[in-house]
Write a protein that binds this ligand. Structure first.
Ligand SMILES: NC(=O)c1ccc[n+]([C@@H]2O[C@H](COP(=O)([O-])OP(=O)(O)OC[C@H]3O[C@@H](n4cnc5c(N)ncnc54)[C@H](OP(=O)(O)O)[C@@H]3O)[C@@H](O)[C@H]2O)c1
Length: 313
């Protein structure tokens, strides 16, 4: 989602208000409310960002529906949204890595003040200089999806040059970065996607594309070193059999505690956005033209409900 912010003039006051999308209760998209609220202030270790664009992720609607209320301590009403790109407006005590006026991208802390707003706060460690090649809208679409792909492939599955990875859900936000990171690493990529997305994932570098709706993927591949599971459920269950001995399945949808075949490693992936070096490295790959960024649709802030409806299956 994007907005056309007014350039910052003079100093910010504690009584400044801003437009923001909040939920006052968990539930459907009708719960996304366009409110006038007090602008947040950064605390120690945080930055206040004037948001030029906010990204939309599946986690946004999952939070709205209350799926993550056990994991995160949200005091409702809360401003929703995680991914952002914008200009640093203020830095909290102890922040030396970022300065007011800097163009940045990163992840807002929704327990404090999310990114579907004119201003958001987040940890300075979850914010880095924006890729120079990207406008704010494209930059805002990157952080959560790209960091999840990076952490799953390299921190979780330890993907190596010359290995083969099968990526389920390769046409989605995380999958599209995973294809490109795996190719950058020198791996062979098999991607599952619907037929309509076959050319898209091939264009991102996939060596083989399997239309998951037309044919069982397990009948199309030889044993692979790594499965990146971005779909879960039956897709995950059917994936154990296509891993070679010593192989790894990393999943963003969780892995079972028991029943994993002997000799296979199962890695649950929970993205950690507090990694400025990773954000900087990803920005560098984008600026070098090694990683493409695709934005499907852009909505004004006031139409957050429409944006989340499009994002939700
Ligand atoms: N744990 C974490 O930290 C974390 C972080 C980020 C994301 N996630 C989760 O990871 C999942 C993926 O995230 P995302 O941002 O990439 O979602 P997304 O952009 O909505 O993409 C999901 C993709 O899955 C594909 N798909 C659906 N059913 C499929 C199947 N049976 N086989 C293969 N592909 C299938 C769809 O592609 P087609 O159009 O080709 O069908 C869609 O593009 C979501 O559930 C998200 O909540 C978790």
């Amino acid at each position: 989602m994007s907005q056309s912010p007014q350039p910052l003039n003079g100093t910010l006051s504690k009584t400044d208000t801003m437009k923001a999308i909040r939920i006052h209760a968990y539930g459907g998209v009708e719960n996304l409310q366009y409110d006038e609220v007090l602008r947040p202030e950064p605390q120690a270790g945080e930055v206040l960002v004037q948001v030029y664009a906010a990204g939309i992720n599946p986690i946004d609607w999952k939070i709205r529906e209350g799926y993550l209320k056990q994991a995160f301590n949200y005091a409702l009403p809360v401003i929703v949204g995680t991914d952002l790109a914008g200009i640093v407006a203020e830095v909290g005590e102890g922040v030396t890595t970022l300065q007011p006026g800097q163009a940045v991208y990163g992840v807002a802390d929704m327990t404090r003040s999310g990114s579907y707003a004119e201003y958001a706060v987040g940890y300075a460690e979850a914010t880095a200089p924006k890729p120079e090649m990207l406008d704010f809208i494209h930059a805002a679409s990157v952080p959560i999806a790209a960091m999840t792909a990076w952490q799953a492939l390299f921190d979780g599955a330890n993907l190596q040059t010359g290995q083969t990875v099968l990526i389920h859900g390769a046409a989605g936000g995380v999958g599209s970065y995973a294809i490109q990171f795996a190719k950058w690493k020198g791996a062979t990529v098999i991607a599952t996607a619907s037929a309509v997305n076959a050319d898209y994932v091939k264009g991102l570098g996939a060596d083989q594309v399997i239309d998951y709706a037309a044919q069982p993927f397990e009948q199309q591949v030889k044993p692979v070193d790594v499965v990146l599971d971005l779909v879960g459920g039956d897709t995950q269950v059917r994936s154990w059999q296509i891993l070679r001995s010593g192989g790894v399945l990393a999943s963003t949808l969780g892995v079972p505690q028991t029943g994993i075949p002997a000799g296979i490693r199962a890695v649950p992936v929970f993205v950690n956005p507090r990694n400025p070096a990773q954000l900087q490295h990803i920005a560098q790959l984008i600026d070098q033209g090694q990683v493409k960024v695709t934005v499907e649709q852009v909505f004004p802030l006031a139409e957050a409900a429409r944006a989340q409806t499009e994002s939700q299956p």
